[in-house]
Design a protein around this ligand. Structure first.
Ligand code: HEC
Ligand code: HEC
Length: 319
């Protein structure tokens, strides 16, 4: 067991500009709720077929995503529609899922538990998982005393654990904190391109490298998955998706909502040609005319967003 202190919010390096981890309303950090949430995050008995946990698709060693799988397989090995995103720094987001259809993390977690594409459990399966396991029951009692086992408590605990998955100590962070040698020359050239000629920063900006808004990057001429449209039913939102964070991006291949781009290089090439023709494509997606060397530099810089301490942090691994 990792020591208790290691897991506390004070031990987490936050990105520059972020003062604290936002916990759910009316809730502050609690070590016992964290430990319950951690156990639940890794527990397969919460799923419809007893085979899938949150960690099946959000693997710590893969940047809390599902590297290598275009779309993830949920219960019964059925494929979902979307590529599993990283869940790093989700505590700071204001909307969840790639179409932003849910506004609270705890509600998002309840959806993940119930979704046929994910864990396909009923509320009763989830509650029974806690009641039937002496280990989970003990963790529940430590966290919530004699409160009856409820889906709300379960999503609160998983939510608190998930809020602690924070990345803020990459080489990119060290560089902006003033350590000039944190990035090598090539990565520094990549950073200049990211913020200048390639203007990636127009959407991938701020402490989490995302504006949290919805755009179409012209990935397709016809979007099978209509994205944000499913929430607003506005034609202008067809094919728009929430800008993902680029933290740990080197680990979370393949890319885009449908996993259709296999490598970082293919993503850069997609942007370099200005995407495909699509009616809702953002005006900020234009041909970039990057040379092959410039694409190398940009790609090198994207590797500086990898947080090796986070993916090795024993606090966040399977208890
Ligand atoms: C079968 C694979 C799978 C399982 C199991 C799964 N997820 Fe996910 N998760 C996904 C996919 C795919 C998405 C994106 C879905 C979408 O946008 O519609 C997602 C989205 C999310 C998001 C939103 C990320 C964002 O940027 O908006 C969070 C948070 C999350 N999952 C947490 C969890 C938790 C906690 C569990 C366990 C209760 C879980 N997931 C179980 C595949 C999975
Ligand atoms: C107009 C806003 C915008 C600009 C400019 C932009 N992006 Fe994106 N980026 C997005 C959106 C939105 C997505 C998700 C698209 C999807 O899933 O269809 C995305 C996805 C990505 C992904 C895949 C993330 C994942 O988890 O699958 C990478 C990598 C990426 N962008 C890098 C870049 C780079 C490098 C640049 C500059 C060359 C750039 N982006 C410019 C909005 C933008």
């Amino acid at each position: 067991m990792p020591s208790e202190q290691q897991c506390s919010p004070e031990k987490i390096s936050l990105p520059i500009g972020i003062a604290s981890i936002p916990f759910a309303a009316h809730q502050s950090y609690s070590q016992s709720v964290f430990e319950l949430g951690r156990a639940l995050f890794y527990d397969v008995t919460l799923s419809g077929d007893g085979d899938i946990s949150c960690a099946s698709c959000h693997k710590q060693e893969e940047g809390f995503a599902d590297a290598g799988n275009i779309v993830s397989k949920g219960v019964g090995r059925e494929s979902g529609m979307r590529n599993a995103p990283t869940i790093i720094n989700v505590a700071f987001q204001s909307s969840y899922f790639m179409d932003g259809r849910v506004l609270s993390l705890e509600k998002q977690i309840e959806d993940a538990l119930r979704s046929p594409n994910e864990m396909y459990a009923t509320d009763s399966i989830v509650k029974q998982a806690v009641l039937k396991s002496s280990r989970l029951s003990r963790l529940w009692n430590t966290a919530f005393g004699d409160q009856e086992v409820s889906l709300k408590g379960i999503s609160t605990a998983i939510g608190l654990f998930t809020r602690m998955i924070v990345s803020g100590s990459t080489r990119h962070d060290a560089f902006i904190a003033g350590n000039q040698s944190a990035l090598n020359q090539q990565e520094q050239r990549g950073k200049v391109l990211f913020e200048g000629k390639a203007h990636c920063v127009k959407c991938h900006d701020g402490p989490h490298l995302s504006d949290g808004l919805f755009h179409s990057t012209g990935l397709h001429t016809h979007y099978y998955d209509k994205g944000r449209y499913y929430v607003t039913y506005s034609n202008g939102d067809i094919g728009t998706f929430k800008t993902p964070t680029l933290r740990n991006i080197a680990l979370t291949f393949p890319y885009m909502h449908d996993g259709s781009l296999p490598t970082l290089r293919s993503v850069i090439e997609h942007y370099n040609v200005g995407g495909k023709q699509f009616i809702n494509k953002s005006a900020d997606i234009q041909p970039l005319n990057l040379t092959s060397d410039e694409m190398d530099d940009l790609e090198a810089y994207l590797h500086a967003f990898t947080d090796s301490s986070l993916i090795r942090n024993a606090c966040l691994s399977k208890p």
